[in-house]
Write a protein that binds this ligand. Structure first.
Ligand code: SAH
Length: 221
């Protein structure tokens, strides 16, 4: 079995173990195929490449992490994407989640606030030919009004509350997956749905741990 196949098995196992909370005992075939198609070793620093297919988050510098593969798969599955959709990701990091999503939707906009991470991820995604991903440098707390509204929004850093701009930039009938809670402990992954009349419904999915969403607009790095 290859390392990537082993990783998919680990994800499937955790999906079963967390089914009581997530109500998703298995992820769709297309999500598993998308996760399985991306070489995670190409998204982590060389020093940790040997651990690339372990089901753990890994450091990517600047106090940031690439999420655990199971969490990437869960969030992607919860998004419930369709092939013609436009998706916004807040928190590009390594670009891994964006690469997974790019297999499932028409266009991914991904915004990163830390300049060196932005540069590395956009260079990496270009080099690996993830051509339907556009990476932007900026404060994703404010969303990306230039390309709004979005069918789907995924936030990969924990916000104290759902950022109002992101709610605004979500299409009617759209869905956002976002961890909400304080920096240390007590974060919950939420599924936020906007119905066709603009009504919002939020449902908690799972206790999680993410790096904090930076709310300021300090782009000096
Ligand atoms: N999705 C990433 C992991 C993200 S870690 C991956 O697949 O590798 C969270 C990322 O969110 C970090 O890179 C961090 O710099 C970024 N971030 C934090 N606050 C942000 C903000 N306000 N706007 C955009 N990106 C932000």
């Amino acid at each position: 079995m290859t390392d990537r196949q082993q990783m998919l098995q680990d994800i499937a196992r955790l999906a079963r173990l967390t089914a009581a909370e997530t109500e998703r005992g298995r992820f769709t075939t297309k999500v598993m195929a998308a996760v399985g198609s991306v070489k995670r070793e190409q998204f982590v620093p060389e020093g940790v490449a040997i651990e690339a297919y372990e089901n753990i988050p890994l450091p990517i510098g600047y106090e940031q992490t690439i999420s655990q593969p199971y969490i990437v798969a869960l969030m992607t599955d919860l998004l419930d994407t369709e092939a013609d959709q436009v998706c916004l990701e807040v928190g590009t990091g390594s670009g891994y989640q964006a690469a997974v999503l790019s297999q499932l939707v028409a266009k991914v906009y991904s915004i990163e606030i830390i300049a060196p991470l932005y540069r590395e991820a956009s260079e990496r995604l270009r080099r690996l030919h993830y051509d339907n991903v556009e990476v932007m440098l900026g404060n994703g707390y404010l969303g990306y009004p230039e390309a709004a509204p979005f069918d789907r929004i995924i936030v990969t850093a924990a916000a104290e509350e759902v950022p109002p701009a992101l709610l605004e930039q979500l299409k009617p009938g759209g869905r956002m997956i976002i961890p909400v809670g304080p920096e240390y402990g007590g974060q919950v992954l939420y599924q936020v749905d906007k119905d066709d009349t603009g009504m919002i419904e939020s449902s908690p999915v799972l206790d999680v741990r993410f790096v904090p969403l930076i709310q300021g607009s300090d782009l000096s790095m």
